[in-house]
Design a protein around this ligand. Structure first.
Ligand code: ASP
Length: 317
């Protein structure tokens, strides 16, 4: 299998307010770097963009630090409901599950639905599909997320969202933040894919639908791919991922498209972040929130955005 282009990879583990301690930062950096290394080596060995994205999402879902799969935040009623989507840019095909419970890796269900005539399932349909696929029942709850929820209940759910990542200090802090995971890959054949998975905002109303399983939060074509994180309602209102991708499709550079989209978002007072790749191999990330937990492989080196704080709305390489 000969690779025709240099693979590129970018992943995120959420956006929001600052990590609380240096320990948190180093632990997140180690997690993201290990995942980048494993997934990038798959791309170098000939994996397709979709395969790489699914593997990256599985690894991030399995890391209890991030708000997706194991370690998902609890909703207002104390239950975990997860959402995930996959978009294969070369096929131009979106699939996803919304508010699924008791499965380990929602992204695997999104992958299954890529080849189904019905490609986005809500809670009831997702539960039926999990049963049909005989997925083992799995409890994604961690002690830290339970503690966070109990504390919030005592304080009558005054926060708008749960913590960006699960950190021991988090349950003691009053900071609000968010977390979700996403992966965008360009494979050695020039194909793009994007995947996003989340436990939601945390403490939300039952039945609230996250942007993560909508094109607004996860979108890819032959030209570009984007995964978003942050306040889902803000991402939906900006229609963020398709907006960035379509600008590139219509001829704008990825850098210009990201800059224009994030400038608009900032004027509109939005609170989110996004990661992006285009078919030429350009990598970009943007945020209107305080932090974006992203890491990337540009073919030569691994970089990350954990300490990115120069006041710019976007970064590019
Ligand atoms: N965008 C997700 C949601 O609103 C949350 C996040 O990214 O942390 O469901």
């Amino acid at each position: 299998m000969t690779l025709q282009v240099q693979p590129k990879l970018i992943v995120h583990g959420g956006a929001g307010s600052s990590l609380h301690g240096k320990g948190g930062l180093e632990a997140v950096r180690n997690s993201l770097t290990k995942i980048i290394e494993e997934v990038y080596s798959l791309l170098v060995r000939g994996a397709t963009a979709s395969e790489a994205v699914v593997r990256g999402c599985q690894l991030l879902e399995d890391d209890p630090r991030f708000n997706a799969g194991t370690g998902s935040v609890l909703q207002s009623d104390g239950q975990i409901r997860m959402s995930a989507s996959l978009m294969d840019g070369s096929l131009g095909r979106f699939s996803g599950v919304i508010n699924v419970s008791r499965v380990k890796n929602p992204i695997e269900m999104a992958l299954f639905l890529q080849n189904s005539p019905d490609r986005v399932l809500s809670d009831y349909g997702s539960a039926e599909l999990a049963r049909e696929l005989q997925l083992p029942t799995y409890n994604a709850l961690t002690d830290l997320r339970l503690k966070e929820w109990m504390q919030e209940r005592e304080e009558n759910f005054h926060k708008s969202m749960a913590g960006v990542v699960a950190e021991p200090e988090l349950a003691e802090s009053s900071h609000a933040g968010r977390g979700t995971i996403g992966v965008v890959a360009l494979d050695g054949y020039g194909q793009l894919a994007a995947g996003t998975s989340t436990g939601g905002k945390g403490f939300e109303r039952i039945g609230r639908v996250s942007d993560s399983a909508m094109p607004a939060g996860n979108y890819a074509t032959k030209y570009a791919g984007v995964s978003c994180t942050g306040i889902g309602e803000d991402i939906i209102d900006e229609c963020l991922a398709p907006k960035i991708v379509i600008r590139v499709t219509d001829g704008m550079s990825l850098k210009e498209s990201m800059l224009r989209s994030f400038t608009e978002a900032s004027k509109n007072g939005r609170d989110f972040g996004a990661i992006a790749l285009d078919a030429t191999g350009a990598i970009s990330y943007g945020k209107t929130s305080e932090v974006l937990l992203a890491a990337y492989h540009n073919g030569d080196t691994i970089g990350d955005t954990l300490e990115w704080n120069d006041g710019e709305l976007i970064g590019y390489c």
